[in-house]
Write a protein that binds this ligand. Sequence first.
Ligand code: MN
Length: 339
Amino acid sequence: MTDVPRWQQDLPEAHLDAAARTLGEAAAAGRRIVIAGHVNPDADALGSVLALHEALAGLGARSLPVIGDSPLSLPTSLAWLPHASQLAGTEALPDPDDVAVLVTLDAASPDRLGSVARLLEGAGTVVMVDHHASGKPFGDLALVAPRAASTTVVLAALLARMQVALTPSMATCLYAGLVADTGRFGYSSSDGSTLRLAGDLVDAGADHVQVHRRLFATRTLAELDLLAAALGRLRYLPEHRMVHTHVTAEELAASGANGEATEHLVDVVRWADVADLTLVAKPGPDGTWRVSLRSEGGVDVGRLAGRFGGGGHERAAGFTRAGRVQDVVDGVVASLGEH
Ligand SMILES: [Mn+2]
Protein backbone atom coordinates (compact mmCIF):
# COMPACT_ATOMS: atom_id res chain seq x y z
CA MET A 1 0.00 0.00 0.00
CA THR A 2 1.12 3.55 -0.70
CA ASP A 3 1.62 6.32 1.85
CA VAL A 4 -1.22 7.69 3.93
CA PRO A 5 -3.30 9.92 1.60
CA ARG A 6 -2.85 13.65 2.22
CA TRP A 7 -6.49 14.05 3.32
CA GLN A 8 -6.03 11.43 6.01
CA GLN A 9 -3.10 13.29 7.52
CA ASP A 10 -5.62 15.74 9.01
CA LEU A 11 -7.63 13.00 10.67
CA PRO A 12 -6.24 11.44 13.85
CA GLU A 13 -6.04 7.66 13.61
CA ALA A 14 -7.51 7.50 17.09
CA HIS A 15 -10.68 9.21 15.87
CA LEU A 16 -11.16 6.65 13.11
CA ASP A 17 -10.59 3.85 15.60
CA ALA A 18 -12.95 5.34 18.17
CA ALA A 19 -15.71 5.89 15.60
CA ALA A 20 -15.28 2.36 14.22
CA ARG A 21 -15.44 0.91 17.73
CA THR A 22 -18.49 3.00 18.77
CA LEU A 23 -20.45 2.01 15.66
CA GLY A 24 -19.36 -1.62 15.74
CA GLU A 25 -20.37 -2.06 19.37
CA ALA A 26 -23.73 -0.32 18.98
CA ALA A 27 -24.51 -2.37 15.87
CA ALA A 28 -23.51 -5.67 17.48
CA ALA A 29 -25.80 -4.87 20.41
CA GLY A 30 -28.69 -4.24 18.01
CA ARG A 31 -29.08 -0.66 19.15
CA ARG A 32 -30.75 2.25 17.37
CA ILE A 33 -28.39 4.22 15.12
CA VAL A 34 -29.69 7.25 13.24
CA ILE A 35 -27.75 8.22 10.12
CA ALA A 36 -28.40 11.73 8.86
CA GLY A 37 -27.21 13.67 5.83
CA HIS A 38 -27.68 17.37 5.23
CA VAL A 39 -31.00 18.81 4.10
CA ASN A 40 -31.59 19.19 0.38
CA PRO A 41 -29.22 16.24 -0.02
CA ASP A 42 -26.71 15.90 -2.83
CA ALA A 43 -25.06 12.70 -4.05
CA ASP A 44 -22.36 12.87 -1.38
CA ALA A 45 -24.78 13.27 1.51
CA LEU A 46 -27.20 10.68 0.23
CA GLY A 47 -24.57 8.20 -0.94
CA SER A 48 -22.90 8.40 2.47
CA VAL A 49 -26.13 7.88 4.38
CA LEU A 50 -27.29 4.93 2.30
CA ALA A 51 -23.93 3.14 2.24
CA LEU A 52 -23.52 3.45 6.01
CA HIS A 53 -27.11 2.38 6.56
CA GLU A 54 -26.57 -0.84 4.64
CA ALA A 55 -23.31 -1.51 6.47
CA LEU A 56 -24.74 -0.96 9.95
CA ALA A 57 -27.96 -2.84 9.28
CA GLY A 58 -25.81 -5.71 8.07
CA LEU A 59 -23.93 -5.64 11.39
CA GLY A 60 -27.18 -5.90 13.33
CA ALA A 61 -27.99 -2.29 14.15
CA ARG A 62 -31.51 -0.88 14.14
CA SER A 63 -30.34 1.63 11.57
CA LEU A 64 -32.48 4.56 10.46
CA PRO A 65 -31.33 6.66 7.48
CA VAL A 66 -32.87 10.15 7.62
CA ILE A 67 -32.85 13.55 5.99
CA GLY A 68 -34.29 16.37 8.08
CA ASP A 69 -36.39 17.81 5.28
CA SER A 70 -40.13 18.12 5.58
CA PRO A 71 -41.54 17.04 3.25
CA LEU A 72 -38.68 14.91 1.96
CA SER A 73 -38.37 14.85 -1.81
CA LEU A 74 -35.35 13.39 -3.53
CA PRO A 75 -34.17 14.55 -6.93
CA THR A 76 -34.81 11.92 -9.60
CA SER A 77 -31.08 11.77 -10.35
CA LEU A 78 -30.57 10.34 -6.85
CA ALA A 79 -33.85 8.64 -5.95
CA TRP A 80 -32.74 5.44 -7.71
CA LEU A 81 -29.74 4.90 -5.42
CA PRO A 82 -29.85 1.58 -3.54
CA HIS A 83 -31.97 1.75 -0.34
CA ALA A 84 -33.18 5.30 -1.10
CA SER A 85 -36.76 4.11 -0.56
CA GLN A 86 -35.90 3.33 3.08
CA LEU A 87 -34.97 6.93 3.74
CA ALA A 88 -37.10 8.51 6.45
CA GLY A 89 -38.13 12.11 6.80
CA THR A 90 -38.78 14.30 9.80
CA GLU A 91 -41.98 12.47 10.77
CA ALA A 92 -40.13 9.23 11.51
CA LEU A 93 -37.56 10.63 13.94
CA PRO A 94 -37.31 8.53 17.10
CA ASP A 95 -37.22 9.83 20.63
CA PRO A 96 -33.69 11.17 21.31
CA ASP A 97 -33.37 8.87 24.35
CA ASP A 98 -33.83 5.88 22.04
CA VAL A 99 -30.84 6.85 19.87
CA ALA A 100 -27.59 5.13 20.85
CA VAL A 101 -25.55 6.81 18.12
CA LEU A 102 -26.31 9.65 15.74
CA VAL A 103 -24.01 9.81 12.71
CA THR A 104 -24.09 13.04 10.70
CA LEU A 105 -22.71 12.98 7.18
CA ASP A 106 -21.59 15.84 4.91
CA ALA A 107 -23.19 18.41 7.25
CA ALA A 108 -20.76 21.16 8.24
CA SER A 109 -22.94 22.59 11.01
CA PRO A 110 -25.97 21.54 13.06
CA ASP A 111 -28.34 23.77 11.09
CA ARG A 112 -27.55 21.72 7.97
CA LEU A 113 -29.31 18.80 9.65
CA GLY A 114 -32.73 20.43 9.58
CA SER A 115 -35.13 18.79 12.00
CA VAL A 116 -32.60 16.03 12.85
CA ALA A 117 -30.62 18.65 14.82
CA ARG A 118 -32.98 18.14 17.74
CA LEU A 119 -31.46 14.67 18.28
CA LEU A 120 -28.03 16.22 18.95
CA GLU A 121 -28.88 16.83 22.61
CA GLY A 122 -30.35 13.48 23.60
CA ALA A 123 -28.48 10.96 21.46
CA GLY A 124 -25.95 8.75 23.28
CA THR A 125 -22.97 9.51 21.04
CA VAL A 126 -22.84 11.92 18.11
CA VAL A 127 -20.33 11.09 15.37
CA MET A 128 -19.76 13.77 12.75
CA VAL A 129 -18.24 12.78 9.40
CA ASP A 130 -17.52 15.63 7.00
CA HIS A 131 -15.04 17.23 4.64
CA HIS A 132 -16.03 20.92 4.66
CA ALA A 133 -13.25 23.32 5.63
CA SER A 134 -15.74 26.01 6.62
CA GLY A 135 -17.57 23.98 9.23
CA LYS A 136 -17.26 24.00 12.99
CA PRO A 137 -16.87 20.46 14.29
CA PHE A 138 -19.70 19.39 16.61
CA GLY A 139 -20.72 16.21 18.36
CA ASP A 140 -18.71 13.83 20.54
CA LEU A 141 -16.46 12.51 17.83
CA ALA A 142 -15.64 14.62 14.76
CA LEU A 143 -14.15 12.98 11.69
CA VAL A 144 -13.55 16.09 9.65
CA ALA A 145 -11.05 15.99 6.80
CA PRO A 146 -11.03 19.24 4.80
CA ARG A 147 -8.72 17.81 2.13
CA ALA A 148 -10.91 14.77 1.50
CA ALA A 149 -12.58 15.08 -1.89
CA SER A 150 -15.92 13.93 -0.51
CA THR A 151 -17.54 12.69 2.66
CA THR A 152 -17.71 9.28 1.02
CA VAL A 153 -13.88 9.26 0.98
CA VAL A 154 -13.83 9.59 4.78
CA LEU A 155 -16.66 7.10 5.14
CA ALA A 156 -14.90 4.52 2.97
CA ALA A 157 -11.90 4.74 5.32
CA LEU A 158 -14.19 4.33 8.33
CA LEU A 159 -15.91 1.29 6.80
CA ALA A 160 -12.52 -0.24 6.06
CA ARG A 161 -11.55 0.37 9.69
CA MET A 162 -14.75 -1.44 10.70
CA GLN A 163 -13.72 -4.29 8.42
CA VAL A 164 -16.95 -4.01 6.45
CA ALA A 165 -16.76 -5.84 3.12
CA LEU A 166 -18.25 -3.52 0.51
CA THR A 167 -21.24 -4.87 -1.41
CA PRO A 168 -21.97 -3.64 -4.95
CA SER A 169 -24.82 -1.46 -3.63
CA MET A 170 -22.63 0.13 -0.94
CA ALA A 171 -19.94 0.72 -3.55
CA THR A 172 -22.45 2.35 -5.91
CA CYS A 173 -23.60 4.75 -3.16
CA LEU A 174 -20.03 5.64 -2.21
CA TYR A 175 -19.01 6.07 -5.84
CA ALA A 176 -21.95 8.40 -6.51
CA GLY A 177 -20.78 10.77 -3.76
CA LEU A 178 -17.18 10.53 -4.89
CA VAL A 179 -17.76 11.21 -8.57
CA ALA A 180 -20.21 14.05 -7.88
CA ASP A 181 -18.13 15.95 -5.33
CA THR A 182 -14.96 15.67 -7.42
CA GLY A 183 -16.66 16.99 -10.56
CA ARG A 184 -16.00 13.63 -12.15
CA PHE A 185 -12.44 13.74 -10.79
CA GLY A 186 -11.87 17.09 -12.49
CA TYR A 187 -11.31 19.26 -9.41
CA SER A 188 -7.99 19.82 -7.69
CA SER A 189 -9.32 17.97 -4.65
CA SER A 190 -8.61 14.68 -6.45
CA ASP A 191 -5.27 12.96 -6.12
CA GLY A 192 -4.00 9.46 -6.71
CA SER A 193 -5.71 8.15 -3.61
CA THR A 194 -9.05 9.49 -4.88
CA LEU A 195 -8.69 7.64 -8.14
CA ARG A 196 -7.49 4.48 -6.42
CA LEU A 197 -10.59 4.59 -4.23
CA ALA A 198 -12.73 4.94 -7.36
CA GLY A 199 -11.00 1.87 -8.75
CA ASP A 200 -11.57 -0.07 -5.55
CA LEU A 201 -15.26 0.85 -5.61
CA VAL A 202 -15.65 -0.26 -9.22
CA ASP A 203 -13.83 -3.49 -8.32
CA ALA A 204 -16.35 -3.93 -5.48
CA GLY A 205 -19.18 -3.73 -7.99
CA ALA A 206 -20.09 -0.03 -8.15
CA ASP A 207 -22.36 0.59 -11.12
CA HIS A 208 -20.37 3.52 -12.46
CA VAL A 209 -22.17 3.51 -15.82
CA GLN A 210 -25.55 3.97 -14.15
CA VAL A 211 -24.17 6.63 -11.78
CA HIS A 212 -22.78 8.56 -14.72
CA ARG A 213 -25.96 8.36 -16.76
CA ARG A 214 -28.32 9.28 -13.93
CA LEU A 215 -26.23 12.04 -12.38
CA PHE A 216 -24.70 13.74 -15.39
CA ALA A 217 -26.35 12.69 -18.61
CA THR A 218 -30.10 12.73 -18.01
CA ARG A 219 -32.17 15.95 -17.99
CA THR A 220 -35.83 16.58 -18.76
CA LEU A 221 -36.79 18.92 -21.59
CA ALA A 222 -38.12 21.33 -18.96
CA GLU A 223 -34.74 21.36 -17.27
CA LEU A 224 -33.07 22.10 -20.59
CA ASP A 225 -35.50 25.03 -21.03
CA LEU A 226 -34.37 26.35 -17.66
CA LEU A 227 -30.76 26.04 -18.74
CA ALA A 228 -31.53 27.97 -21.92
CA ALA A 229 -33.14 30.78 -19.89
CA ALA A 230 -30.11 31.03 -17.62
CA LEU A 231 -27.61 31.01 -20.47
CA GLY A 232 -29.75 33.57 -22.31
CA ARG A 233 -29.05 36.21 -19.66
CA LEU A 234 -25.40 35.47 -19.02
CA ARG A 235 -23.32 38.56 -18.18
CA TYR A 236 -19.57 39.04 -18.16
CA LEU A 237 -17.68 41.52 -15.96
CA PRO A 238 -14.20 41.71 -17.56
CA GLU A 239 -12.62 43.68 -14.67
CA HIS A 240 -13.15 40.67 -12.39
CA ARG A 241 -13.22 37.99 -15.08
CA MET A 242 -16.57 37.13 -13.55
CA VAL A 243 -19.52 35.51 -15.27
CA HIS A 244 -22.96 35.60 -13.68
CA THR A 245 -26.57 34.74 -14.33
CA HIS A 246 -29.79 33.78 -12.55
CA VAL A 247 -33.11 32.09 -13.10
CA THR A 248 -36.42 33.53 -11.95
CA ALA A 249 -38.96 31.90 -9.67
CA GLU A 250 -41.40 31.85 -12.60
CA GLU A 251 -38.94 29.99 -14.79
CA LEU A 252 -38.18 27.57 -12.01
CA ALA A 253 -41.88 26.88 -11.47
CA ALA A 254 -42.54 26.53 -15.20
CA SER A 255 -39.73 24.00 -15.51
CA GLY A 256 -41.53 21.81 -12.99
CA ALA A 257 -38.13 21.23 -11.50
CA ASN A 258 -36.98 21.04 -7.93
CA GLY A 259 -33.59 22.31 -6.85
CA GLU A 260 -31.91 19.56 -8.80
CA ALA A 261 -32.31 21.13 -12.21
CA THR A 262 -30.43 24.19 -11.05
CA GLU A 263 -27.83 22.26 -9.07
CA HIS A 264 -25.55 21.79 -12.05
CA LEU A 265 -26.31 25.12 -13.70
CA VAL A 266 -23.25 26.77 -12.26
CA ASP A 267 -21.04 24.00 -13.60
CA VAL A 268 -22.27 24.71 -17.14
CA VAL A 269 -21.96 28.49 -16.78
CA ARG A 270 -18.34 28.16 -15.64
CA TRP A 271 -17.49 26.67 -19.02
CA ALA A 272 -17.09 30.27 -20.23
CA ASP A 273 -13.43 30.54 -21.23
CA VAL A 274 -13.18 34.01 -19.68
CA ALA A 275 -14.59 32.98 -16.31
CA ASP A 276 -12.24 32.96 -13.34
CA LEU A 277 -15.23 33.45 -11.07
CA THR A 278 -18.77 32.24 -11.70
CA LEU A 279 -21.93 33.25 -9.87
CA VAL A 280 -25.38 31.74 -10.36
CA ALA A 281 -28.36 32.95 -8.33
CA LYS A 282 -31.45 30.80 -7.93
CA PRO A 283 -34.70 31.66 -6.17
CA GLY A 284 -34.89 30.27 -2.66
CA PRO A 285 -37.69 30.38 -0.10
CA ASP A 286 -39.26 33.65 1.07
CA GLY A 287 -37.84 35.88 -1.63
CA THR A 288 -34.25 34.89 -1.00
CA TRP A 289 -31.57 34.04 -3.53
CA ARG A 290 -29.46 30.92 -3.25
CA VAL A 291 -26.12 31.92 -4.69
CA SER A 292 -23.60 29.40 -6.02
CA LEU A 293 -19.99 30.48 -6.53
CA ARG A 294 -17.20 28.73 -8.42
CA SER A 295 -13.58 29.79 -8.70
CA GLU A 296 -10.89 28.63 -11.09
CA GLY A 297 -8.28 29.36 -8.42
CA GLY A 298 -7.78 33.13 -8.15
CA VAL A 299 -10.46 33.80 -5.53
CA ASP A 300 -11.21 31.74 -2.41
CA VAL A 301 -14.98 31.56 -2.80
CA GLY A 302 -15.35 29.72 0.51
CA ARG A 303 -14.09 32.87 2.27
CA LEU A 304 -16.06 35.08 -0.07
CA ALA A 305 -19.29 33.22 0.71
CA GLY A 306 -18.39 33.40 4.40
CA ARG A 307 -18.66 37.20 4.28
CA PHE A 308 -22.30 36.74 3.31
CA GLY A 309 -23.06 34.16 5.96
CA GLY A 310 -22.45 31.15 3.72
CA GLY A 311 -19.53 28.83 3.23
CA GLY A 312 -18.08 25.93 1.31
CA HIS A 313 -14.75 25.17 -0.27
CA GLU A 314 -11.99 27.25 -1.86
CA ARG A 315 -13.33 26.66 -5.36
CA ALA A 316 -17.00 25.90 -4.73
CA ALA A 317 -19.20 27.68 -2.20
CA GLY A 318 -22.52 29.37 -1.72
CA PHE A 319 -24.67 31.62 0.42
CA THR A 320 -28.28 32.76 0.74
CA ARG A 321 -29.37 36.37 0.61
CA ALA A 322 -32.58 38.38 0.37
CA GLY A 323 -33.13 41.35 -1.93
CA ARG A 324 -32.94 42.10 -5.62
CA VAL A 325 -30.68 39.84 -7.63
CA GLN A 326 -28.71 42.80 -9.00
CA ASP A 327 -27.97 43.91 -5.44
CA VAL A 328 -26.74 40.43 -4.61
CA VAL A 329 -24.35 40.51 -7.58
CA ASP A 330 -23.25 44.08 -6.78
CA GLY A 331 -22.55 43.03 -3.18
CA VAL A 332 -20.25 40.25 -4.32
CA VAL A 333 -18.48 42.55 -6.81
CA ALA A 334 -17.99 45.20 -4.10
CA SER A 335 -16.56 42.57 -1.79
CA LEU A 336 -14.10 41.51 -4.51
CA GLY A 337 -12.95 45.10 -4.84
CA GLU A 338 -12.01 45.18 -1.18
CA HIS A 339 -9.58 42.29 -1.57
MN1 MN B 1 -19.72 16.65 0.13
